[in-house]
Design a protein around this ligand. Sequence first.
Ligand code: GDP
Length: 426
Amino acid sequence: MEKLRDQLKLVIVGHVDHGKSTLIGRLLFDTDSLPEGKVEEIERICRKLGREMEFAFVMDHLEEEQVQGITIDTAQIFFRTGKRRYVIIDAPGHKEFVKNMLTGASQAEAALLIVDACDGVREQTRRHACLLRMFGLEQVIVVINKMDLVGYSRARFEAVKHEISKLLCPLGITPKHTIPISARSGDNIVWPSDQMPWYKGPTVLDGLDSFIPKEPGLNQALRFPVQDIYQVQGRKILVGRVEAGIMRQGEEVTFLPQEIRAKVRSIEILWKEKTEAGAGECIGITTDEPVYIERGAVACAGGATPRITSLLQTNMIWMSSRPFRPGEQLLLRVATQEVPVDISVEKRMDSSTLEEITEHPGTVLETEIAQVSIRTRQPIVIEDFNQVQELGRFVLVRDLDIVAGGIIADASSAFGKQALAGSLIA
Ligand code: GDP
C-alpha cells in the first residue's frame, strides 16, 4: 500500500499536433525509460526516412506493439525520476480520457496541458481544459511547446500564457506552473534550457515532482460496495473492493441504502483469512447474521455516512454519436450500483467553445456538457468525488454502451454549486 505513494498517474492532454507524443517520447528518452534497443531502432528508421530524430515515433512504436500484443501493459507508459515513478495514461483523444476517468480504469491524479506556441489555444485545448475541470483535476501544469519555432521568444510565451489564463481562470483551474518548452529539442523538459535564460521556473520534471500523489484513503471511513454475493457451503460471502478505510473483523458495519446492520465475522483475501483489509484490496466477507442485500449495497462504518438519494443534480458529458432524446431511459452506474433513471436536461454547453446551446432543448449531442436532473427509480448511495472517487462518479449506459458520465461534487449541497454548475454553466 505504501508503495502507491511513490507513484503518480499523469495524463497529457492538448490539441492534436501540439506535441503530446513528442513530449512523451522525450520524457521517456531523457529519463532513460525506454526499453533497450528502442532508441537505436527509432534513430535507424528516422535516418532511413532522411529525418532527424522524431520523438513522436516512440509513441507510435509503443502503440504498434500494443496492437500486436507485444507489450504487456496496454495503455500505460512509465518513467522514473529520482523522486518517484510516473504512469502516463495514454489518452489520445477526449473519449479515451473521459472513459478512463469515468470507469476508474486509470484515474489521473495530475495533468499536463500542452499548447503550441505558434498556434495558441485551439478547440481541443478548450475541451480538454473543460474536462480537467469536470473531473476535478487540480494538479495541472501548462506547457507551451515548440518554443524553438518562435525563436524562444519571451513575448510570445507571455502572450500564449495570457491566452491560456483567460481560458483556465473562469474554469477555476490554477496551473501550478506554466513552462516554455521544446519537446523536440528537449528544452526545459528534464534539464533547464540554455535558449531561454529569461525563464527562471522549474523544468517539466521538477514541476511534476512537486505534485502530491493521492493518499490511498486508509484514514477515511469504511466504504465497501458489494460487487457479488456467493453462497458457498451454506455461507453467504460478500465480494467487492474496499474503496475507502479499513474493514475489520468483529466490527459492526451498516449496509446502505437498506440500513441493515451486521458484524463482520470473517475477511478473506485470495482464500486466506485476514483480520483486516484496507482501501484498494479486493476481499470476501461473511457476517455474523445473514444479511438480505443485493449487489450494489455499500457497507459503511465510522465517520459521516454517505448520502442516500433518488435525485442527482449534476453535469454530464455526452459521448455517443447518437444524441440523448427527451424521455429516454438510461441505466445509471455508481460503483457497483445500477439503477434505471429518468433524465431531464436543464442547460447544455458546447465543450469546445464553452458557449451555451439553446436549440433542440432537452436533447444532448456528442461532446456536449449538460446540466441535468437524474431521477433514480430506487435510492442510491453517493458521495462527493473528492471524498470517495468510486462513489462520486457515474456513468450512464444505453444498450450496454457507456454513453455519458460525470462526477458528483459537493454531494451534500442542493445543486453541486461548487462543481461545474457554478463555473461552466452559469
Ligand atoms: P500530438 O498530435 O499532440 O501527439 O503531436 P506530435 O507529438 O505528433 O507532434 C506533432 C508535430 O509537431 C510533429 O511533427 C512533431 O515533430 C512536431 N513537434 C512536436 N514538438 C515540437 C517542438 O518542440 N518543436 C518543433 N519544431 N516541432 C515539434
